[in-house]
Write a protein that binds this ligand. Structure first.
Ligand code: ADP
Length: 469
């Protein structure tokens, strides 16, 4: 049964079955139908022949050898036929004594003579060894009484030869068709299977990690399409794999750096017995800061993973003004510690369909960046406005801005313009990518631009949520 699970065997087997059915039908039905057609015409022919003689003989009251001979001479019967005539007692009156019919004649005659004399027509047709034999035995009836019987027999080798010729022609055609079909099917199977095998090989290679492997199936058919689809799938796999590798490398780097600092600081404390308490305090504070950064990075990584996997708590209508007010309230001390002022203009009615955390994360990261990358004495301005169908959050600052060359990358994961400054400010390079993912996830968008009078402007557009009545 395993053999039949192969596509190649199944196709070949089905085709062979179909071919066999067609050939058998061609070799049997067609020939039988032709033979039956000839039989029908022979039946009419032999019966008519016998009927002509019967009509001629029915002119007499009694049949005598002389009368019969006269009639037969007048009728001028075809010499290839055997004609036998007998009277009502079964006594032979006339016989062409031709050998045609041979022993068959004797058998047939013996079996059927009495039936004919009883008033019945007996017709027999036979095809044997390339010859059509037809016999008719009819009673000669005068005024309702049987006065004898006439037997006509004919063996037609000519029509037989035509049928035999047809038979052998069909046989030759069958052999030719079979040979040609086997060749064509084998060729098609071979090419299709070769292409399928190349696709299978490619799948195996890509599964083993060879993302640069590309197949060229050739042609213009479904298999070629399959090959193209497979190639674009491999492209995507390669890209995803690349992103994953980079993410893992960046993430481990981000986690390793603070860990290395912690290790260095704690080793210094351990190996320096006579370290003065102020230095120890400073080192321990640094250790605390580094662990905090580690915790923040880990938290952001987890949020990113949650967003990637679409693990989102139930969304509901969230008032952005309320979240913004809370966030700004929380950040004011940080701004004040850096000599910055926070201004805000928050319109009401900015409801979005989200979780509170998503909105909070967007406002927090943008405002925190505006504070972190600002210059002393500067300001941060947070605005919330309503458009026809959107809620717009604008965060402006008077800080250092971002060089135009870096602008296209600032939303990438782990991307930092000034690494030293970012690390100093406790950044991980994940904040803006979180903002972008969250904004996109809410059906909105985020843009960044350098303001003409210095500093950055971030604009987030989120669709307004209108609660169903
Ligand atoms: P980070 O944790 O380093 O702040 P983000 O993803 O939040 O990471 O930001 C990516 C980079 O974009 C930052 O490292 C910083 O260089 C730049 N950036 C973000 N916001 C601002 C801003 N308001 N002003 C200037 N540069 C900014």
């Amino acid at each position: 049964m395993r053999v039949f699970s192969s596509l190649r065997v199944r196709i070949a087997f089905s085709y062979a079955l179909l071919l066999a059915v067609v050939l058998v039908l061609m070799n049997t039905y067609f020939l039988t139908a032709s033979r039956d057609m000839i039989f029908t015409s022979k039946h009419t022919l032999i019966r008519n022949q016998a009927a002509i003689m019967e009509t001629a003989l029915a002119d007499f009251d009694d049949l005598s050898i002389d009368d019969v001979s006269q009639v037969m001479a007048r009728l001028d019967v075809d010499e290839s036929m055997r004609v036998v005539i007998m009277d009502d007692d079964g006594i032979l009156l006339y016989d062409t004594t031709d050998s045609a019919g041979g022993s068959y004649y004797a058998d047939f005659f013996q079996q059927n003579a009495s039936r004919a004399l009883g008033g019945y027509d007996v017709i027999s047709l036979r095809f044997s060894e390339g010859v059509f034999y037809s016999s008719a035995l009819l009673p000669v009836i005068r005024d309702g009484a049987v006065i004898g019987a006439v037997y006509v027999h004919e063996g037609d080798a000519q029509q037989g030869a035509i049928l035999v010729g047809l038979q052998s022609t069909i046989k030759s055609i069958s052999i030719l068709v079979t040979a040609l079909s086997v060749f064509i099917v084998a060729l098609i199977l071979w090419t299709v299977m070769r292409r399928i095998s190349s696709i299978l090989r490619a799948i195996k290679l890509v599964r083993e990690g060879e993302y640069n492997y590309r197949i060229s199936v050739g042609g213009n058919d479904e298999l070629a399409l399959l090959g193209e689809e497979f190639n674009s799938l491999t492209d995507r796999l390669r890209d995803t794999d690349e992103i994953r590798r980079r993410f893992v490398a960046d993430a481990s780097h981000e986690l390793k750096t603070p860990l290395a600092s912690i290790r260095l600081l704690s080793d210094s404390i351990l190996n320096n017995d006579g370290m003065d308490p102020d230095t120890v305090r400073e080192f321990v504070t640094d250790i605390g800061n580094e662990s905090e950064r580690l915790a923040r990075t880990t938290e952001k990584l987890m949020t990113l993973t949650r967003l990637d996997n679409n693990i989102i708590a139930e969304r509901a209508s969230v008032d952005m003004r309320e979240v913004a007010t809370d966030t700004l309230h929380m950040l004011r001390p940080l701004a004040a510690s850096r000599g910055l002022t926070i201004e805000s203009a928050l319109d009401g009615g900015c409801f979005v369909l989200a979780t509170r955390d998503e909105v909070y994360m967007i406002i927090l990261n943008l405002t925190e960046n505006a504070i972190k990358y600002n210059t002393p004495g500067g300001s941060v301005c947070v605005k919330l406005t309503r458009e026809a169908e959107h809620s717009i959050l604008t965060v402006d600052d008077t800080g250092i801005g971002v060089p135009e060359a870096d602008m296209p990358h600032i939303f990438d994961r782990f991307y930092r313009v000034d690494k030293a400054r970012s690390r100093e400010a406790g950044g991980s390079g994940l904040g803006l990518s979180l903002v972008r993912d969250a904004a996109l996830g809410l059906g909105g968008s985020v843009t960044a631009e350098n303001r003409r009078d210095g500093g950055m402007r971030f604009r987030v557009r989120l669709p307004l949520y209108i609660a169903p009545e």
